[in-house]
Write a protein that binds this ligand. Structure first.
Ligand code: PLP
Length: 439
């Protein structure tokens, strides 16, 4: 029998049987999403929200893009699964499209199930290639929920999971909350580089296999690298024969208004990890784009890694369709334009108008609003205030992404001017109300 209240039934089933990520289970009350299209999602009762979260910031092409849905359906009718040692047309086409977007000197892709194992395998490749052990990453980072990736992660999720060895952490640049008493982006860049250099020197550069960075740390707060930082990291890595791994899992495939976020900087990594936006998560997938010297290292030496679903045909077909649709429909350019002309100025206006907003920063469709209780001291608001902001936004028909004291403004790259305008008005309204409630 079909229950009358499908939303209620969905929550009941969920609470009875589904164990959720990163949560104490007892108090959970998950939102029901039954369907979606473009930048909108809805529940079974037909209540609709503007999705300014892109879920876990991966639905870059929007919900239910017809070309990707059709490509998955066609591939499913042809061949739903095949083992990695075979050659498969969709897999080759997907890999070729990805390396075509990468800088010169990248010709091979290793496909994984998602972003964590992309980082896991990039770390493994760097260790195998250099014969070294240590991996340096930042405290303000998230790299995924597997052995090495979660220990490379900087945020709280690392601490209960520290079972991998050889990981060292540094502070990256974050001018708004500088660890280096810096007051300009140039100072922040220079001092963060000096700190990284001293840590690498003190760890013994010849023991460091890789420096692993999110090009733009995402969940940690959309921390745009200041001028010269990534270039300086590259120079430091070159000096000591250290591999530079750029994690493009969240920042890549259009999010910043570039195909790869590092395209905006004068830096080329040795390994690029990707997932999320490569196919907007329509089928779980991730991977490592491998520079030629590292790929060549494994021409005659066995690469000690593999996955049953590496290069899964449904994921591969969805990547091909997604990259083609993004290119044909100018979706990356749209993200850049919306960021430059609509979200950038609109969010700056909100920061100007509301004392609650300490800073608005970002690019493309990758923005964060820092909510502070005092703009002078920059004291982050309490978790309950962010919870209230989320509730006010949901009531007004906007599905937000919140982390710590921040609202991340992260719609799909296909967001229209109208949708961005509607969202800005909703943020404004919610912030006005929240300010009143707090005074
Ligand atoms: N790297 C970054 C930058 C991420 O944001 C995430 C997920 O949020 C991951 C890696 C892990 O990806 P996945 O959850 O697909 O394993």
């Amino acid at each position: 029998p079909v229950p009358g209240d499908l939303d209620g039934h969905t929550v009941e089933l969920d609470r009875a049987h589904v164990f959720h990520s990163w949560s104490a289970q007892a108090a959970l009350s998950p939102m029901v999403v039954a369907g979606g299209l473009g930048c909108r999602v809805w529940n079974h009762a037909g209540r609709e929200w503007l999705d300014f979260s892109s879920q876990l910031v991966n639905v870059n092409i929007g919900h239910q893009h017809p070309r990707i849905v059709a490509a998955i359906q066609e591939q499913a009718a042809l061949l739903t699964t095949i083992s990695p040692p075979t050659a498969n047309l969709a897999r080759g086409e997907a890999a070729r499209r990805i390396v075509d977007l990468a800088p010169d000197g990248f010709t091979k892709v290793f496909f994984t199930n998602g972003g964590a194992d992309a980082n896991e395998n990039a770390i493994r490749m760097a260790r195998q290639f250099t014969g070294r052990d240590k991996v340096v990453s930042t405290y303000r980072s998230y790299h995924g929920n597997t052995g090495a990736a979660v220990v490379a992660t900087g945020d709280w999720r690392r601490v209960p999971n520290e079972y991998a060895r050889g990981h060292v952490h540094v502070f990256g640049p974050y001018l708004y909350r500088s660890e280096f008493w810096a007051t300009t982006p140039e100072e922040e860049s220079e001092r963060a580089l000096r700190h990284l250099t001293r840590v690498v020197e003190s760890e013994g550069p010849a023991s460091v296999a890789a420096i692993l960075l999110e090009t733009v740390p995402g969940t940690a707060g959309v921390l745009m690298p200041p001028p010269g930082y990534l270039e300086g990291v590259r120079a430091l890595a070159d000096k000591h024969g250290i591999m530079l791994i750029l994690d493009e899992v969240m920042a890549g495939f259009g999010r910043t208004g570039q195909w790869f976020a590092f395209d905006a900087y004068d830096v080329v990594p040795d390994l690029i990890t990707f997932a999320k936006g490569v196919n907007s998560g329509y089928v779980p997938v991730g991977g490592v784009v491998i520079s030629d010297p590292i790929a060549a290292h494994f021409d005659d030496i066995v690469f000690p890694g593999g996955l049953t679903y590496s290069g899964h045909p449904l994921a591969m077909a969805s990547i091909v369709a997604s990259i083609d649709a993004m290119a044909d429909e100018g979706i990356v350019d749209n993200a850049a334009r919306i960021g430059r002309d609509v979200l950038g100025p609109g969010l700056a206006e909100l920061a100007e108008k509301h004392d609650l907003v300490g800073e608005a920063r970002g690019a493309g469709v990758f923005w964060a609003l820092e909510l502070v209780s005092d703009p002078e001291s920059r004291e982050p608001v309490a978790p309950a205030v962010v919870g209230r902001a989320k509730a006010l936004l949901l009531e007004r028909g906007l599905l937000p992404f919140v982390a710590d004291n921040r609202i991340h403004v992260v719609p799909p790259c296909v967001v229209t001017d109208d949708e961005a305008g509607t969202a800005l008005a909703i943020y404004d309204d919610a912030l006005t109300l929240l300010t009143k409630e707090l005074s």
